[in-house]
Design a binder for this molecule. Structure first.
Ligand code: IN0
Length: 386
């Protein structure tokens, strides 16, 4: 029902939603016949909703490499997240995981629902991995090794300082950016992007997820998950979980706005990374999650609902983003529009108002300086209206 109400409120969501539905039907038909590839692509569709479609439009070789990279990372994530695994069992698995992807006999049961299936039948992922080109295998193994070691380090380490926060996000998302840039380069269609830009692409997505999922993470059973850095939240409350209590609403929103302002720092690097991409399918693969992220941040900024439930972009808007993102002009328009949705929400009494405003204006200046957006056009067009 919710989605019908949403379509009635936003009738121009209907067509993009229909296109999305058809595309996912189409994609399911393209599942390869070999049992191990069939398992990998059906698992991909199960674990990531819209993202599987975006992967589907990549060229065959790269698509297979990205599919396996995605599933290997999800498996590593499943081990890291499973709070029922004792630390002295979990840490060695995380550190040695890069070797296990080569070993079709290796098996470790953990996780729930579709992630348990992924772990129990991980030998299919290893079989497919061993069929990838050497360049792809080396890139995936290198990143899996560094991410496993980084995750192991933070099993017993809290995210205290903002540097810890950036370091943790580097291990679980920045390295994904470095890995994808290596895969794009190995596919021969892109130059190898600078690590700093690849890292920012990951940090912007990860920090948006950490902000959006605050309540889900703090209420995690049996052990709460805390990724917000103490250096930020300790300015507003004495314990991170205090942000969710009614009586701390004002402080909670100020802390939220501080976190969003921190995440906005990575936008210019992300725009530089995307503007350097040459291949259309790779461009869309990278740009769509980025636009989803700036849209989600605009939605979360100054929004107490982040502490009452999970704030998500409506499915119709996701369909629009997937349908309308074809070149850098679309990206600049989207970042300009969503910045324009965030800006009026900046209330001058917010402790970070000046910093937030300067970051939003820097983003809009970067979009205007691209020269592909002219003042008049931006004024009238509402590429994305909430
Ligand atoms: C991703 C990223 C991703 C895509 C393209 C370029 C990237 C460059 C650097 C870092 C990550 C990049 O995109 C997915 C998007 C995704 O999975 N979205 C979910 C929705 C959601 O809300 O989670 C979906 O189901 O559509 C992403 O978020 N991550 C990811 C993981 C693996 C790969 Cl290969 C690419 C997860 C994360 C933690 C942000 C890296």
């Amino acid at each position: 029902m919710g989605s019908l109400a949403a379509v009635l409120r936003h009738p121009d969501d209907l067509y993009p939603l229909l296109k999305l539905k058809m595309a996912s039907r189409q994609a399911e038909k393209q599942i390869p016949p070999e049992p191990h590839w069939a398992f990998c692509y059906s698992m991909l569709h199960k674990v990531s909703r819209s993202f599987a479609l975006v992967i589907q439009q990549l060229g065959t070789d790269l698509r297979n490499a990205v599919c396996i990279f995605y599933l290997v990372l999800r498996a590593l994530d499943t081990v890291e997240d499973d709070t029922s695994i004792p630390t002295d069992v979990k840490v060695p698995i995380l550190i040695a995981f890069h070797r296990h992807v080569y070993d079709r006999e290796w098996h470790f049961s953990c996780g729930t629902k579709e992630y348990k299936v992924l772990m129990d039948q991980f030998h299919h992922v290893s079989t497919a991995f061993l069929e990838l080109g050497k360049g792809y295998q080396d890139a995936i193994e290198d990143i899996t090794k560094r991410m496993g070691a980084g995750m192991a380090k933070f099993i017993c380490k809290e995210v205290e300082s903002i540097d810890d926060y950036d370091e943790y996000c580097y291990y679980v998302a920045g390295l994904v950016g470095l890995g994808l840039s290596k895969l794009f380069y190995a596919s021969g269609t892109e130059d190898l992007a600078p690590d700093s830009l690849s890292n920012s692409m990951g940090l912007f997505l990860q920090k948006t997820n950490i902000i959006r999922d605050y309540l889900e993470d703090i209420n995690e059973i049996p052990k709460c998950r805390m990724f917000w850095p103490r250096e930020i939240w300790s300015k507003y409350v004495n314990k991170l979980e205090d942000l969710k209590y009614e009586e701390n609403s004002d402080k909670a929103v100020q802390c939220l706005n501080d976190m969003v302002t921190n995440a906005l720092m990575h936008v210019e690097d992300c725009l530089k990374y995307m503007s350097a991409l040459r291949d259309h399918a790779i461009f869309r693969f990278c740009a769509i999650p980025q636009i989803m992220a700036i849209g989600t941040l605009a939605l979360c900024y100054n929004n107490i609902e982040v502490f009452r439930g999970v704030v998500k972009m409506r499915r119709g808007l996701t369909a629009k983003v997937i349908d309308r993102t074809n070149n850098m002009t679309d990206v600049y328009l989207a970042f300009y529009d969503f910045s324009n949705i965030l800006k009026p929400k900046i209330n001058k009494n917010d402790p970070n108002a000046t910093k937030t405003l300067s970051r939003v204006e820097a983003i809009q200046k970067a979009c205007m300086d691209s020269g592909v957006l002219n003042k008049r056009f931006v004024k009238v067009s509402k590429f994305y209206k909430q």
